[in-house]
Design a protein around this ligand. Sequence first.
Ligand code: BES
Ligand code: ZN
Ligand code: ZN
Length: 460
Amino acid sequence: MNEPKALIRPDRGEDAIAIHLVNKDSLEAFAKGLTAGQRASLAAQKFEGGGYQYAIIPDGDSWFVVSGVANPDSLSSWCLAKLADELPEGVYRVANAEAGPAMFGWITGQYRFSRYKSEDKAHGPRVLLTAQVGQIDGYTAEAQAECLVRDMVNAPPEDMGPAALEAECERLAKAHKAELTVVRGDALEQGYPMVHAVGRAAARHHAPRLMHLVWGDPAHPVLAVVGKGVCFDSGGLNIKPGSGMRLMKKDMGGAAHAIALAGLIMGARLKVRLHLLVPAVENAISGGAFRPGDVLASRKGLTVEIDNTDAEGRLILGDALTRASEENPDLIVDFATLTGAARVALGPDLPALFARRDETAEAFLAAGKAHDDTGWRLPLHEAYREYLVSDVADMANSAANPFAGASVAGLFLDRFVGEGIDWVHYDTFAWSPAPKPGRARGGRGLGLRASWHAIRGRYA
Ligand code: BES
Ligand code: ZN
Ligand code: ZN
């Protein structure tokens, strides 16, 4: 895609094409200031001031844009995203409003995943000038984080295996002078038995590992960020049907969220001691694969009977959450494309949020609402813990019934989070199934901006 850095620039009064924002109420007054020819052009383009509608209006030997928005005084993240995608390459400014939150959509609206297209159809940058100079870096950083999630999720699984997740962590560590430890091989088998068990069937070049990045002043409160890095989820021996497997390259979406969030946190130099933990595996099938009926050891010491090898995300997260808990964290936040059940309950737009503490849940939900990244809380209902009882081990990895699958997965994770620790778990989709302005079909951050703003509010 176009480098996000250059897409929003300070307005120094240079020549730019004007974008006039109107809605159905203000259209008539706006049209009064136009020439008869321009009004005819508006009408010919059937412009009525609805959201995402726009018209290009001739003006002498140049032209300007009229764009419909719900409320010109309170812009959404996405209101300029369609323009940013469809207008010709050039330099623009909003003539009658401050772009504010729409800067995010201006950048993400230009996102394309064209790395694997032989013919590079990327068109040139559409640059937005703004007088809100102090806001450019913040929105650009958020949009860059969003585009990183998309790029990682959209990458084909052969090219976004555990080694590629390691490379992303390496890049992050270099950029922010953080310390990165990668645990693999025997050390992984000893220290993170469930990560090893899930990942051990993969080909050598996709060998399982755990990335642990540490950054910041040790005197600051510990914030742990954890992401599910299942680089491809075939289901394992409980193999998924073709339709269910088709999108499973995105099963490292949680890791992508965690990595992008860590980048925002370090970039803003928040007053935290950050621990980023990314367990990375491919849930593959081979003679060495873990099986239904196997009993796994875990870092925590609990034994886990495998009921279903397709419930693998909670296994690798269990060990990573145990490790995170060892740091006496002030807060743990994890992201995972954990259950189909969360999608059945909430659809593709709403990430499910689980939290131990009501105040923390509310802070994350409010931050999401304020930044066009709404989530929905689901319960960690105590009574469902019994669904994970095993006849032979301390617990099972999935239930024998189909009830409340997202909550049951959350309750599984809860067993591995240290007692009393403030914890937020996002069961996210990381995918946009149908294109909408600013949200191309493919990888998508869901819960990224909400958690970023909640964390920024907590530690700024
Ligand atoms: N990665 C999937 C969950 C998933 C599926 C997320 C589809 C988004 C879309 C996960 O590893 C999984 O397969 N979960 C199982 C759990 C079940 C076996 C208890 C599921 O949700 O069906
Ligand atoms: Zn699975
Ligand atoms: Zn999975």
